[in-house]
Write a protein that binds this ligand. Sequence first.
Ligand code: PLP
Length: 230
Amino acid sequence: MTNDALSDSLARVRQRLARALESAGRPAGDARMLAVSKTQPAAAIRHAHRLDQRHFGESYLQEALDKQAELDDLDDIVWHFVGPLQSNKTRAVAERFAWVHSVDRLKVARRLSEQRPDALPPLNICLQVNISREASKSGVMPEALGELARAVAALPGLSLRGLMAIPAPAETFDAQRRPLAELRTCLDDLKRTLDAPLDTLSMGMSGDLEAAVAEGATLVRLGTAVFGSR
Ligand SMILES: *Cc1c(COP(=O)(O)O)cnc(C)c1O
């Protein structure tokens, strides 16, 4: 995508988010955009940064580390890791990212906590929930969420901020909303029982942004709507 095209699509997607918030009766700026830049070149991130985008999401560790090295001069980028995370890959994530959205096992959380450098603030964590209960998908099952959340909230190197989900694709607005509403209910349940700064519902992608904002998303993860198709 050219820089001009990226400028246009970023303006369009910002407007789309603003409209979705307005339709949902929510204040402007109530949900933040995470630009999911996986497979996109560092130059695209640099251009989006020039247009005031600060939060970027990556899914593939080596690719992310290469781009971070290339963009080392942009010291106010906030990096989010959103991809599947194996326990042998946690160290670089603990050292190089501010957020991880894809924690679904205590083993991974413990390693991230131990490996988080003391000089950095706690690593912000969203627990990924398998909200559509797909057998092949990552994410903790809703019934196991409470126990995992309690254990993660107690880890010193981490700050448990909320929940993330990637629902099964759905065609209609109402069908899109159902699992997103369930994720919101899961977070509300945790807020009642846990002492943690649970302010984040990471949900909504290019295809279901409006439904997610209607259900209370605070961090929408947009890839193709920003950068074009991968
Ligand atoms: C790729 C990706 C996105 C962005 O998806 P789009 O449909 O391109 O907006 C969001 N979340 C996660 C976890 C992803 O891997």
